[in-house]
Design a binder for this molecule. Structure first.
Ligand code: SME
Length: 160
């Protein structure tokens, strides 16, 4: 397995997503352990975009439970009816929150977090996890992130 990530410098977000997607596919194809693969996916996202916080919450015991992540200490359990992550679970759709202070139900794991994108991971038509990405900058996520992360999450869903 290639252990060095190739990330094009001075390129757009879309170009970066397009560069890492085949690498994520190759790395996860070479390993059968789910947690090992999720850990590498968040490591790749952190290394490529230097996100403030990026990680998975997995559906377990009727709630969302913290799984591999990179960033600061985080809430470990999120009920389905709470937070941006819970809203993403319920809607089964990607949610972009430009200003977390304006999202009534936002769960502040870190006061530094300003904007957020959450993408549902589907396997056999069930939401099995969500990918949560937080930024310490307002309005940091756009359609390019949505498209890129959804492509990555399509690969991730097949690992479950
Ligand atoms: N802000 C999320 C909780 C998870 S942390 O950001 C890591 C939410 O409102 O669901």
């Amino acid at each position: 397995m290639a252990e060095t990530l190739i990330i094009p410098q001075n390129s757009t977000k879309t170009e970066k997503y397009n560069a890492i997607i085949p690498q994520i596919k190759a790395i996860t194809d070479a390993e059968t352990d789910l947690i090992a693969n999720l850990a590498n996916v968040v490591a790749i996202l952190k290394e490529t975009f230097n996100f403030f916080w990026v990680g998975f919450y997995m559906v377990k015991e009727n709630q969302l439970v913290l799984a591999p992540f990179q960033g600061t200490l985080a809430c470990t359990r999120i009920p389905f009816h709470k937070g941006v992550c819970g809203a993403c679970y319920r809607s089964r759709a990607t949610l972009i929150v430009p200003n977390v202070d304006e999202f009534a139900d936002h769960i502040a794991c870190s006061s530094a977090s300003k904007s957020e994108i959450v993408v549902p991971v589907l396997s056999k038509n069930e939401v099995v996890a969500v990918l949560d990405v937080d930024s310490d900058v307002l309005d940091d996520f756009d359609e390019a992130d949505k498209e890129g992360l959804e492509k990555i999450i399509e690969i991730v869903g097949k690992l479950f």
